[in-house]
Ligand binder design. Structure first.
Ligand code: NAP
Length: 362
């Protein structure tokens, strides 16, 4: 049985682990991290395997100072179970941004992109693959699709998925959700798990961390066995442990909300950018906010913005409403102006401008 897609908003509240960050992998340690620290399919909340359970019982019985720090060793074991081998496909601006946190948490990282980002990858301890066959033969637990929305279909179809393990978990982070959901379901073998996600933040807006920022996800297809459920939870836990606000929502609901919020924000930012706004000596707080909006939205690629429009069916309506809103505001202003002018011209207001008698109708 497969877990079904949700239609209503729910807050995801799995057992929250300690905000414990294991040490970052050694810089340049591609071989160091490439050693298979496999996730072993042990559900975080499920009964522990016998040796771990026995050890945990021993820990609980110990109050006095101990020769070894058993508690932190047990925490370390739990971390080990949660470690994933993640292949990031699309190692651009956002893929690299996510990779930094994944690496800090101690996950094993593989990466692939159209461009050779191997130098950057090695600074994160990630192994960079130019050939997707080599990448897939490493049998990652998770393949994370972080390519542009516009190229997602071509990139996905170019992956030799038959070289992956039979029940690999696919996750996408595209900023639209119905499109990748349909794409992943129609392109991947039925044994693959699929989670569609949208971290509602980026390198600019989350410069100081992810705490409190929304992370939208839809467990579109997760096989009903403990190992697959645990793998899905271990992936979501990456964001949970950074303090993200976990929002479980269907892809359709996401797209409806995102057109009203994200696409609107990006459109206004792009429109203001056309005005080439500059800082002045008398900037108000409101104006400073507008300048920041331009920076935040225009630092993303135009492809990203174009993808928000092309692949969210709600975007066209939003553009129409925005146009209508601008027209309505203008109309209100011009109607008011016409009223004043009419009064001045035809009702002899004391403020009427001097008009030559030849122009006045008798
Ligand atoms: P983007 O312009 O949307 O995507 C850049 C990535 O797409 C790069 O890895 C690039 O490859 C790849 N790409 C572009 N055209 C390609 C093509 N024709 N063939 C193969 N690969 C191609 O910018 P981004 O900010 O990195 O976003 C990546 C994804 O994350 C997008 O789906 C976006 O919606 C999503 N996202 C972004 C943010 C954000 O704040 N930036 C937040 C949430 C979600 P190269 O590496 O070779 O250049």
């Amino acid at each position: 049985m497969l877990s079904s897609s949700t239609s209503t908003l729910r807050l995801h509240q799995p057992t929250r682990p300690h905000r414990h960050h294991p040490p970052a992998p050694a810089a340049g340690g591609a071989t160091h991290l490439a050693s298979p620290r496999r996730w072993r399919g042990h559900a975080p909340g499920a009964a522990s395997p016998a040796p771990l359970r026995a050890r945990a019982q021993r820990i609980r019985a110990l109050d006095a100072a101990q020769p070894f720090d058993f508690e932190s060793r047990a925490a370390g074991l739990l971390e080990e179970h949660q470690r994933l081998k993640i292949a990031i496909v699309g190692f651009g601006n956002f893929g690299q941004f996510l990779a930094r946190t994944f690496a800090r948490q101690g996950h094993t990282l593989l990466a692939h992109s159209r461009t050779d980002h191997s130098a950057l990858a090695s600074t994160l301890g990630a192994s960079f693959f130019t050939d997707t066959h080599d990448l897939c033969e490493c049998h990652p637990d998770v393949v994370l699709l972080a390519t542009s929305i516009l190229s997602a279909e071509a990139v996905l179809r170019s992956l030799p998925v038959h070289r992956l393990r039979r029940n690999t978990l696919f996750v996408d982070v595209l900023s639209v959700k119905e499109f990748p959901k349909n794409l992943l379901l129609s392109s991947l073998p039925p044994d693959f798990d699929v989670i569609c996600t949208h971290p509602m933040f980026g390198p600019e807006s989350a410069r100081d961390g992810w705490d409190g920022l929304p992370f939208v996800f839809d467990k579109v297809r997760v096989g009903d066995c403990p190992a697959r459920r645990a793998r899905a939870e271990a992936f979501l836990n990456i964001f949970e442990r950074e303090g993200c606000r976990m929002v479980e929502m269907s892809c359709a609901e996401h797209d409806a909300h995102a057109a009203e919020t994200q696409f609107l924000t990006h459109t206004v930012g792009r429109m203001l950018a056309m005005l080439e706004l500059r800082s002045t000596p008398i900037d108000t707080k409101g104006y400073e906010t507008l300048l920041r909006l331009v920076d935040n939205t225009c630092s993303d690629s135009f492809d990203l913005y174009n993808g928000l429009f092309m692949y969210n069916k709600n975007s066209t309506e939003l553009l129409n409403r925005l146009e209508w809103a601008m027209d309505s505001v203008k109309k209100k202003l011009f109607d008011g102006l016409h009223d004043v002018l009419r009064k001045q011209l035809f009702e002899g207001s004391p403020h009427a401008p001097n008009v030559s008698s030849s122009n006045v109708r008798k």
